[in-house]
Design a protein around this ligand. Structure first.
Ligand code: 8YV
Length: 333
């Protein structure tokens, strides 16, 4: 029996690549070369499946140029790099990698919050630069985490993990805003109170963004939202670039409108708005919220298992648009 051809668009763990090789005729980008769209299209010719990361765009143009493609398996929980409607319309399955990264990403939300509010990165740079000649009472004095109010925008699985850490671990008062309110039992489990976005921004000491990116959340936090936050507040974005207006944030930080920000994601990453690089009270990390070794292995493994499950048994593990694909298949019968 001939094996389906698949493309692994980025370098992955060799043992997981081997697992894919047992099932498929695999072409992989183990050199992790940067491919533009034309190159990706060329590599996708004749491929039934593709392993992607959040940086690989699969849109109508790619799909139309690659008619053999049946599944795109993203090793990310977010999938704003996929045009799901275009995939569904062409009968291409999309899968993502939820759950396996929830706790690791929630941990990182706190790592970034604490580094930001307690000025860890800023003070470390100061020390490394040889500028520490004398201790002072107010040296790098920041904001407290314990006992403060945490405002979470986006209360999916990761948001819930952050709420529990805040309430149970740090004695924080947790407020959240989400498209829809959580069921009462889940709200109680998270010890979180549902509020409007304006109230959250006005009352939170620390605002954490964990909302998926879509046209509706583009620049959800811009100049006027930042202006409505407490001047002592911190803003943390571990969601997606584009949810915060980075230029407006840099401006607000420079003007001292809020105390500090922690950003793991950026508009147009891996480019970072140059104004952010000049601001001392911002902690910048290169999209690593899910980057623990076990979690990255689990994400890659889940994307691989989605390819294997779908192409060998018609049983993907974490499909996004299975219903749309199924309806299309039924209509074609
Ligand atoms: C990924 C992420 O590391 O899962 C997501 O949505 O943003 C990150 O955890 C990144 O997108 C690589 O695929």
């Amino acid at each position: 029996m001939t094996k389906d051809k698949i493309l692994v668009a980025r370098a992955i763990f060799p043992d997981i690549l081997e697992r894919l090789v047992e099932h498929f005729d695999v072409e992989s980008n183990q050199d992790d070369a940067v491919w533009n769209k034309a190159h990706l299209i060329e590599k996708l010719q004749g491929k039934a499946g593709v392993f992607t990361t959040g940086g690989d765009q699969i849109d109508a143009e790619v799909l139309d140029a690659c008619p053999d493609l049946r599944i795109c398996a993203n090793m990310a929980v977010g999938y704003n790099n996929f045009d799901i409607d275009a995939m569904s319309a062409r009968g291409v399955l999309a899968t993502n990698a939820p759950d396996v990264l929830t706790e690791t990403t929630a941990d990182f939300g706190f790592a970034l919050l604490m580094a930001t509010a307690r000025r860890v990165a800023e003070s470390e740079h100061y020390l490394r630069a040889g500028r520490w000649s004398r201790w002072a009472v107010d040296m790098f004095a920041g904001a407290d985490i314990h006992g403060s109010t945490l405002g979470i925008i986006g209360m999916g699985r990761i948001g819930q993990g952050i709420a529990k850490r805040g309430a149970l671990g740090f004695g924080m008062r947790v407020v959240y805003h989400n498209r829809s309110r959580l069921a009462a039992a889940l709200e109680a489990e998270c010890r979180a109170t549902f509020v409007g976005k304006d109230e959250l921004l006005a009352t939170a000491d620390h605002v954490m963004l964990v909302v998926p990116y879509s046209p509706a959340t583009h620049h959800l936090i811009g100049a006027s939202e930042i202006a409505s936050m407490k001047p002592t507040a911190t803003l943390v974005n571990i969601a997606r670039g584009g949810i915060v207006d980075d230029a407006a944030l840099a401006e607000a930080l420079k003007a001292g409108r809020i105390a500090a920000a922690g950003l793991d994601v950026f508009e147009g990453e891996p480019k970072v708005h140059p104004a952010l690089l000049d601001v001392p009270n911002v902690v910048l990390t290169p999209h690593i919220a899910s980057a623990s070794v076990p979690t990255r292995r689990a994400m890659v493994g889940l994307a691989a298992d989605n390819l294997i499950g779908f192409l060998t048994r018609d049983a993907p593990l974490t499909p996004i648009n299975l219903d749309a694909i199924g309806a299309r298949r039924r209509a074609a019968r």
